[in-house]
Design a protein around this ligand. Sequence first.
Ligand SMILES: [Fe+2]
Ligand SMILES: [Fe+2]
Length: 176
Amino acid sequence: MKQDLTETILKYGSHIIASEIFQSGYRQPHHLVMTVSDHSMDVTIMSVRMSQILDRLHIRINQKQVVEGALCHDLGILGRDQKFQNNRECCALHPVLSVEEAKKLIPDLDSNTEQIIRRHMWPATALTLPPKSKEALIVMLADKYSAIRELVSIFIGPEFKKNLRRRIRQNVSVPA
Ligand SMILES: [Fe+2]
Ligand SMILES: [Fe+2]
Protein backbone atom coordinates (compact mmCIF):
# COMPACT_ATOMS: atom_id res chain seq x y z
CA MET A 1 0.00 0.00 0.00
CA LYS A 2 2.84 2.41 0.90
CA GLN A 3 4.62 1.51 -2.33
CA ASP A 4 1.39 2.05 -4.20
CA LEU A 5 1.01 5.47 -2.57
CA THR A 6 4.50 6.53 -3.65
CA GLU A 7 3.97 5.22 -7.19
CA THR A 8 0.64 7.03 -7.55
CA ILE A 9 2.06 10.34 -6.35
CA LEU A 10 5.14 10.04 -8.57
CA LYS A 11 3.09 8.93 -11.59
CA TYR A 12 0.82 11.95 -11.55
CA GLY A 13 2.87 14.50 -9.61
CA SER A 14 6.59 14.16 -10.27
CA HIS A 15 6.61 17.03 -12.79
CA ILE A 16 4.88 19.27 -10.24
CA ILE A 17 7.21 18.28 -7.38
CA ALA A 18 10.26 18.87 -9.59
CA SER A 19 9.07 22.32 -10.65
CA GLU A 20 10.86 25.45 -9.50
CA ILE A 21 7.77 26.85 -7.83
CA PHE A 22 7.03 23.69 -5.81
CA GLN A 23 10.70 23.44 -4.77
CA SER A 24 10.61 27.09 -3.63
CA GLY A 25 7.75 26.06 -1.32
CA TYR A 26 10.27 24.12 0.78
CA ARG A 27 11.79 27.47 1.72
CA GLN A 28 8.57 29.18 2.89
CA PRO A 29 7.34 28.43 6.43
CA HIS A 30 3.72 27.38 6.83
CA HIS A 31 1.59 26.93 9.98
CA LEU A 32 4.75 27.72 12.01
CA VAL A 33 5.97 24.10 12.07
CA MET A 34 5.96 23.26 8.35
CA THR A 35 6.92 24.54 4.95
CA VAL A 36 4.30 25.08 2.24
CA SER A 37 5.57 22.15 0.19
CA ASP A 38 5.88 19.75 3.16
CA HIS A 39 2.27 20.63 3.98
CA SER A 40 1.17 20.11 0.37
CA MET A 41 2.94 16.76 0.28
CA ASP A 42 1.18 15.70 3.50
CA VAL A 43 -2.18 16.75 2.06
CA THR A 44 -1.40 14.76 -1.09
CA ILE A 45 -0.39 11.62 0.83
CA MET A 46 -3.52 11.81 2.96
CA SER A 47 -5.78 12.50 -0.03
CA VAL A 48 -4.42 9.53 -1.99
CA ARG A 49 -4.76 7.30 1.08
CA MET A 50 -8.39 8.37 1.50
CA SER A 51 -8.98 7.73 -2.21
CA GLN A 52 -7.55 4.21 -1.89
CA ILE A 53 -9.81 3.43 1.08
CA LEU A 54 -12.86 4.68 -0.83
CA ASP A 55 -11.76 2.69 -3.85
CA ARG A 56 -11.93 -0.49 -1.76
CA LEU A 57 -15.53 0.44 -1.03
CA HIS A 58 -16.09 0.67 -4.80
CA ILE A 59 -16.31 4.45 -4.70
CA ARG A 60 -14.24 5.43 -7.71
CA ILE A 61 -11.95 8.41 -7.27
CA ASN A 62 -9.86 10.07 -9.98
CA GLN A 63 -6.35 9.75 -8.50
CA LYS A 64 -4.72 11.96 -11.13
CA GLN A 65 -7.02 14.85 -10.23
CA VAL A 66 -6.48 14.26 -6.50
CA VAL A 67 -2.67 14.26 -6.82
CA GLU A 68 -2.51 17.28 -9.13
CA GLY A 69 -5.05 19.25 -7.09
CA ALA A 70 -3.48 18.45 -3.71
CA LEU A 71 0.07 19.26 -4.83
CA CYS A 72 -1.01 22.56 -6.37
CA HIS A 73 -3.63 23.70 -3.84
CA ASP A 74 -1.35 26.14 -2.00
CA LEU A 75 1.04 27.26 -4.76
CA GLY A 76 -0.66 30.67 -4.73
CA ILE A 77 0.42 31.26 -1.14
CA LEU A 78 4.10 31.38 -2.10
CA GLY A 79 5.48 34.87 -1.59
CA ARG A 80 2.53 35.69 0.69
CA ASP A 81 4.26 38.64 2.39
CA GLN A 82 4.63 40.40 -0.95
CA LYS A 83 1.20 39.44 -2.32
CA PHE A 84 -1.30 39.94 0.47
CA GLN A 85 -2.09 42.75 2.91
CA ASN A 86 -3.18 40.42 5.72
CA ASN A 87 -4.17 36.86 6.61
CA ARG A 88 -7.78 37.38 5.64
CA GLU A 89 -6.84 38.47 2.14
CA CYS A 90 -4.39 35.59 1.89
CA CYS A 91 -7.08 33.05 2.88
CA ALA A 92 -9.56 34.41 0.36
CA LEU A 93 -7.27 34.96 -2.62
CA HIS A 94 -4.55 32.30 -2.57
CA PRO A 95 -6.78 29.54 -4.05
CA VAL A 96 -7.41 31.72 -7.12
CA LEU A 97 -3.68 32.35 -7.52
CA SER A 98 -3.01 28.63 -6.99
CA VAL A 99 -5.23 27.87 -10.00
CA GLU A 100 -3.17 30.30 -12.10
CA GLU A 101 0.08 28.63 -11.02
CA ALA A 102 -1.38 25.15 -11.61
CA LYS A 103 -2.30 26.11 -15.19
CA LYS A 104 1.35 26.96 -15.87
CA LEU A 105 2.42 23.47 -14.70
CA ILE A 106 -0.57 21.61 -16.18
CA PRO A 107 -1.60 23.39 -19.39
CA ASP A 108 -4.63 21.11 -19.92
CA LEU A 109 -5.85 21.45 -16.31
CA ASP A 110 -9.37 19.99 -16.25
CA SER A 111 -12.33 21.63 -14.55
CA ASN A 112 -12.51 19.21 -11.62
CA THR A 113 -8.83 19.66 -10.73
CA GLU A 114 -9.42 23.40 -10.93
CA GLN A 115 -12.37 22.99 -8.54
CA ILE A 116 -10.22 21.00 -6.09
CA ILE A 117 -7.78 23.91 -5.90
CA ARG A 118 -10.28 26.78 -6.06
CA ARG A 119 -12.58 25.41 -3.36
CA HIS A 120 -10.12 23.91 -0.88
CA MET A 121 -10.52 26.74 1.66
CA TRP A 122 -14.26 26.21 2.12
CA PRO A 123 -15.81 27.07 4.57
CA ALA A 124 -13.04 29.30 5.92
CA THR A 125 -13.84 32.20 3.58
CA ALA A 126 -17.12 33.61 2.36
CA LEU A 127 -15.72 33.86 -1.17
CA THR A 128 -15.23 30.11 -1.54
CA LEU A 129 -17.99 27.80 -2.79
CA PRO A 130 -18.33 24.32 -1.23
CA PRO A 131 -16.61 21.41 -3.00
CA LYS A 132 -19.03 19.58 -5.27
CA SER A 133 -17.01 16.58 -6.40
CA LYS A 134 -15.68 13.62 -4.40
CA GLU A 135 -12.11 14.59 -5.30
CA ALA A 136 -12.57 18.21 -4.16
CA LEU A 137 -14.17 17.03 -0.92
CA ILE A 138 -11.27 14.66 -0.20
CA VAL A 139 -8.58 17.33 -0.68
CA MET A 140 -10.57 19.90 1.33
CA LEU A 141 -10.85 17.44 4.24
CA ALA A 142 -7.18 16.37 4.03
CA ASP A 143 -6.13 20.03 4.00
CA LYS A 144 -8.23 20.85 7.08
CA TYR A 145 -6.97 17.79 8.92
CA SER A 146 -3.32 18.60 8.11
CA ALA A 147 -3.67 22.28 9.00
CA ILE A 148 -5.40 21.56 12.32
CA ARG A 149 -2.87 18.86 13.21
CA GLU A 150 0.03 21.20 12.42
CA LEU A 151 -1.42 24.11 14.38
CA VAL A 152 -2.47 21.99 17.35
CA SER A 153 0.98 20.40 17.57
CA ILE A 154 2.50 23.82 18.27
CA PHE A 155 0.40 24.43 21.33
CA ILE A 156 -0.41 20.93 22.49
CA GLY A 157 2.65 18.66 22.31
CA PRO A 158 2.71 15.28 24.14
CA GLU A 159 4.31 16.74 27.32
CA PHE A 160 1.85 19.61 27.44
CA LYS A 161 -1.06 17.19 27.03
CA LYS A 162 0.30 14.91 29.74
CA ASN A 163 0.59 17.81 32.22
CA LEU A 164 -2.82 19.11 31.23
CA ARG A 165 -4.44 15.72 31.82
CA ARG A 166 -2.75 15.48 35.23
CA ARG A 167 -3.79 19.03 36.25
CA ILE A 168 -7.40 18.44 35.23
CA ARG A 169 -7.52 15.10 37.00
CA GLN A 170 -6.04 16.57 40.19
CA ASN A 171 -8.63 19.33 40.24
CA VAL A 172 -11.66 17.11 39.97
CA SER A 173 -13.18 15.98 43.22
CA VAL A 174 -14.27 12.39 42.86
CA PRO A 175 -17.21 11.42 45.08
CA ALA A 176 -16.17 8.98 47.81
FE1 LIG B 1 -4.77 26.85 1.27
FE1 LIG C 1 -3.28 23.82 2.49
